[in-house]
Design a protein around this ligand. Structure first.
Ligand SMILES: Nc1ncnc2c1ncn2[C@@H]1O[C@H](COP(=O)(O)OP(=O)(O)O)[C@@H](O)[C@H]1O
Ligand SMILES: [Mg+2]
Length: 577
């Protein structure tokens, strides 16, 4: 492009110079020709006067042949064609023509007419014989006219000399001007070149580039303005990047999954929560949403939202067993749809809690209703068989057992809800070794009845006092030891151990009992969950013991874990420091 610009400059200048040369050539040519002709004419005028003098009074006395000879001599000396013409136009003698009889009447020749009127006359005419312009000069002398003629060879020679001179000068001028113009155009185009280079680099994203050597002319001002413009653009870009960063950080800090799909179905923005919730592990950069999202319900709803530009909300199940609440929000600008904002909210926990709650309600009502129905049954049978005292006694005993069971359930429910809802359990120094020993003492009748061996193994010299709450700690250890007894085998063993570590005191309640099936391990802390309902009931269990343990540990901020196999179960509790 720049080459074109300098080429255009050179072309314009060269054309201008050629025009100037042509004009000069034409003007000079005309001037030279006129001057030359004028000079010849002056020379002819003097020669005509000389001829007039030479021929004075001779024309009547000398013969025609003598006159012709005189004229020829003069013509040779003067290097002119001399013609003598009478005032009526008849040629008397001609230095170049032998037989004058064949010559036309010259009366109407331009120079003759002029000479007859004004004494002298001249004209320039093209000679067909000589193929050149001729200058004719006529002068009246008495009753005849002297006419001189001269071919304009010299003029043409001078002109052609002038032509070649001008041509040579023109070539030199053109070559010099091409060199000068090229140098000038290089000087002018260099800053333009720099500016173009800068613009190219800038458009390719090299925003730090600036034009360094700017001159103080208009191009310099333009370069300066471009540099300022670049600064402004870079500033705006930086602001934009900063805004984008802020937006990104904001979006990333939201725990809900967020993504923006434009109306060309491309995913523009998304946060980590979005990819995690939908288990997406490929890059989402400028990809179509249905290439990335593998959830049919979600995809078909996005499709509908993009068509109808309507807000919608619904729930979806994901492949990683989560339940998500989805909101599709159309984004409108100037009444046209720009895209859809997808918001995913993980409601798996809430759903689980809702499920547990509804299970709890049905469990509680079931657990409470069953003993009442049984008691009612016994009482009805007794009232129908009042005479049968033995049976009545037996049934009354069983009714009391069921009432005790119901009582135990109610007590456990109250205890659990108290632990769950109360926040003001006093923190106090408690001695766990002491608590464990008390529990074992209370449970001794059961231990003996089942023929089990229970061992408390606390490392000597270590203290097992920690921060906690007496009531909650008693609940934890009582329930764990009670379970270790209840779900044991005849002649089995139970060991309760304690060990001080850097992280706190580790307690273990280990039994050699029936163990817990693997699929049930995750559920034993749920309310009313029992692996074997019959066995639990026969031990007087309510199905709430481990729920109480879990909540008590949560309040105390202790950790609890369980390991179980065929050879028994082991609960581990780690207290705080
Ligand atoms: N030490 C253990 N060995 C085997 N199973 C156990 C043990 N502890 C608890 N379980 C199982 O966990 C269930 C829930 O325990 P828990 O909440 O104390 O209720 P329960 O009143 O039935 O004892 C029990 O029914 C039992 O199936
Ligand atoms: Mg129990």
């Amino acid at each position: 492009m720049l080459k074109k610009l300098s080429f255009k400059l050179i072309l314009a200048y060269v054309s201008l110079i050629i025009c100037l040369v042509l004009i000069v050539f034409m003007l000079l040519g005309a001037l030279l020709r006129d001057t030359h002709i004028g000079m010849i004419r002056d020379m002819m005028s003097s020669n005509a006067q000389l001829i007039e003098l030479a021929l004075k009074n001779k024309e009547n006395k000398i013969s025609d042949s003598r006159l012709k000879k005189e004229i020829n001599t003069l013509s040779e000396i003067m290097n002119l064609r001399i013609t003598l013409i009478k005032t009526d136009g008849v040629v008397i003698a001609d230095s170049d023509v032998k037989d004058i009889k064949h010559l036309d009447n010259h009366l109407y020749r331009q120079e003759i007419t002029a000479a007859l009127n004004e004494k002298t006359g001249s004209s320039v005419r093209y000679s067909n014989t000589l193929k050149i312009d001729m200058l004719y000069y006529a002068q009246k002398s008495g009753d005849y006219l002297i006419r001189l003629a001269k071919p304009l060879f010299e003029v043409e020679t001078s002109l052609s000399r002038l032509k070649s001179l001008i041509l040579n000068v023109s070539i030199i001028v053109i070559i010099t001007s091409i060199i000068i113009i090229t140098l000038i155009s290089i000087k002018f185009t260099r800053p333009i070149n720099e500016t173009l280079e800068f613009a190219g680099e800038f458009s390719r994203g090299r925003y730090e580039k600036r034009i360094l050597n700017y001159s103080d002319d208009e191009i310099g001002i333009l370069q300066n303005a471009l540099n300022k413009m670049a600064d402004t653009i870079v500033g705006t870009i930086n602001e934009h990047i900063f805004e984008q960063e802020k937006l990104k950080i904001t979006i990333e800090s939201i725990s809900d999954g967020i993504a923006l799909v434009d109306n060309n179905k491309n995913i523009l923005i998304s946060n980590n929560a979005f990819t995690e919730l939908l288990s997406i592990n490929t890059s989402m950069d400028k990809k179509l949403y249905f290439e990335i999202i593998r959830n049919r319900k979600l995809n078909s709803n996005i499709e509908i939202s993009l068509k109808n530009a309507q807000r919608s909300s619904f729930e979806i199940d994901t492949t990683n067993e989560r339940i998500l609440d989805v909101v599709l929000n159309p984004i409108q600008s100037k009444k046209s749809l720009q895209g859809i904002l997808i918001v995913l909210h993980d409601i798996s926990e809430r759903k689980k809690i809702e499920q547990i709650k509804s299970d709890l309600v049905s469990n509680v009502s079931h657990e409470l209703k069953t003993p009442i129905a049984i008691v009612k049954g016994y009482l009805e049978t007794i009232s129908e068989n009042l005479d049968n005292k033995e049976m009545s006694k037996d049934f009354i005993g069983r009714a009391i057992e069921n009432i005790d069971r119901q009582n135990a359930i109610i007590e456990d429910i109250i205890k659990l809800s108290m632990i769950e809802s109360s926040t003001d359990f006093q923190s106090e120094r408690i001695d766990i070794k002491n608590i464990v020993e008390n529990c074992i003492e209370i449970l001794t009748p059961k231990i003996n009845q089942k023929g089990l061996t229970v061992k408390a193994s606390f490392k000597r010299g270590q203290t097992f006092t920690t921060n906690g709450n007496q009531f909650l700690a008693e609940e934890i250890f009582f329930n764990l030891i009670d379970n270790a007894l209840n779900y044991n085998t005849p002649g089995g063993r139970v060991t309760v151990s304690g060990e001080e570590t850097d992280n706190g005191i580790i307690f273990k309640v280990k039994d050699s009992g029936i163990g817990i099936p693997e699929e049930s391990i995750g559920r034993i802390f749920e309310r009313f969950y029992r692996v074997n309902k019959g066995r639990s009931r026969s031990t007087g269990g309510t199905g709430l013991g481990l729920s109480i343990v879990k909540h008590a540990a949560m309040v105390l901020q202790w950790s609890i874990s369980v390991k179980s196999g065929k050879s028994g179960t082991s609960f581990t509790i780690i207290t705080g420091k």
